[in-house]
Design a protein around this ligand. Structure first.
Ligand SMILES: [Zn+2]
Length: 56
C-alpha cells in the first residue's frame, strides 16, 4: 500500500512522511516538511487560519 504525497504525488513511504490534518478534512500525507511547506505556501494556508506555522 502506498500513499501519494498531496503536493508532488510521490509515494510518501519512500521518504520521511509528514501527516497533517485540517479541521473537517481528511489527513494529508507529504513526503517531508519541504512538500508540506511548499503546499502550504501554494495554497495560502498561512493566511487567515487558526494555526501557527513556525519554520523550524
Ligand atoms: Zn512530496
Amino acid at each position: 500500500m502506498s500513499t501519494p504525497c498531496v503536493y508532488c504525488e510521490s509515494t510518501v513511504e519512500r521518504h520521511d512522511p509528514v501527516y497533517a490534518r485540517e479541521e473537517g478534512s481528511e489527513e494529508r500525507a507529504f513526503c517531508n516538511y519541504a512538500c508540506l511547506a511548499a503546499y502550504i505556501d501554494d495554497e495560502g494556508l498561512t493566511t487567515g487560519t487558526c494555526c501557527e506555522w513556525s519554520p523550524a
